[in-house]
Design a protein around this ligand. Structure first.
Ligand code: EAX
Length: 325
């Protein structure tokens, strides 16, 4: 090694404060949307913040587009320690942390500000704290967004238009019940199977926020979107308890700070896309139904509440409603 090269490395070590020859610790952060998405922006914000706080001791390897599996697979990976971090919708997480189910009830959150107020308050923290009972650490509430229905069979103007529609849902029994009650034929599956299933015609449609539709150029395989806003879909920045518990208290605080930076980044991208995404979908030929009789859709999915609200802490659902007055 030349004298200059060894001098350069020695200087680099001094700058990064990492002992010479010590490798940065790389942790995987898995998510299902593409790298160029609200979750990708969140992941990059996390990576930047943790590198800054740890002086380069920790590096985050983003694993976008389902590289490490669907959201359920990844949560199981966190529990056994094969995956360190994830940004995930809450959709399938109720199967692991039951309290999370309360967040995914249809038409529960009035708007984005109300959702942020609840999630960033005591209710949101109470639910994050529940993760630790299941081998997980809920670090912060990020954002997926209000979910809308896309399909290529017919424009959805009223709940009756959902009749018989083979609609993919997340692996979430409240969502399945809601769309069954509305007359659709819900098919739960991991996001990693959705695009292929739509292309093959094994399903007619799906439901997701605008940011997912635009991040995946879904106008290529879906003709219509109806802005039902039927569910507010939080995303959680979560960590494997195995890996979190191996950190020092100072390092744990770094990860919490980085998770909050990620959460804010996801919300900023969603807010931007809520406006720009509609124009983008129209420019790409998608038929965008922007106004619906929301009361009719609320009525159509009410049986899902009747079926599940008692099972998933009715008092928590009432507290979420009351907190939005
Ligand atoms: O978390 O599975 C879904 O529809 C989710 O919205 C997506 O994976 C982003």
């Amino acid at each position: 090694m030349t004298r200059y090269a060894s001098l350069g490395i020695a200087m680099a070590a001094m700058i990064t404060a990492i002992p010479l020859g010590v490798q940065a610790r790389t942790m995987n952060m898995a998510f299902t949307p593409p790298a160029d998405s609200h979750y990708g922006d969140a992941g990059r914000a996390f990576a930047e913040k943790i590198a800054e706080l740890s002086d380069g001791e920790f590096e985050i390897a983003l694993r976008p587009a389902g590289a490490l599996g669907g959201e359920r697979d990844v949560i199981e990976g966190l529990q056994i320690g094969t995956v360190e971090l994830t940004i995930s919708s809450t959709g399938p997480i109720g199967n692991f942390v039951p309290a999370v189910y309360a967040l995914d009830f249809p038409f529960l959150f009035k708007d984005y500000d109300s959702a942020h107020q609840v999630l960033d308050g005591e209710i949101g923290q109470e639910i994050l704290d529940q993760f630790s009972n299941h081998g997980l650490v809920g670090l912060a509430w990020a954002e997926n967004g209000f979910r809308h229905v896309t399909n290529s069979i017919r424009p959805i103007e009223t709940p009756a238009d959902l009749e018989g529609l083979k609609l993919r849902t997340m692996e979430n029994e409240v969502h399945i019940a809601a769309f069954k009650a509305a007359g659709a034929a819900p098919t739960p599956m991991s996001w990693t199977e959705v695009l292929t299933s739509l292309q093959q015609g094994t399903i007619d449609g799906q439901e997701n926020p605008i940011t997912i539709v635009t991040a995946n150029n879904m106008w290529e395989i879906q003709d219509n979107i109806t802005l039902t806003g039927h569910v507010y879909s939080p995303a959680v920045v979560a960590m494997s308890a195995i890996h979190y518990d191996a950190l020092t208290p100072e390092q744990q605080d770094w990860f919490r700070q980085a998770a909050h930076a990620a959460a804010q980044a996801s919300r900023a991208t969603v807010a931007k896309n809520e406006v720009e995404g509609i124009a983008q979908m129209k420019e790409n030929g998608m038929n965008v139904i922007e106004t619906i009789d929301k009361a009719a859709f609320v009525k159509a999915v009410q049986p899902a509440y009747d079926q599940y609200a008692d099972q998933y802490s009715p008092e928590l659902i009432q507290r979420i409603r009351d907190a939005q007055q």
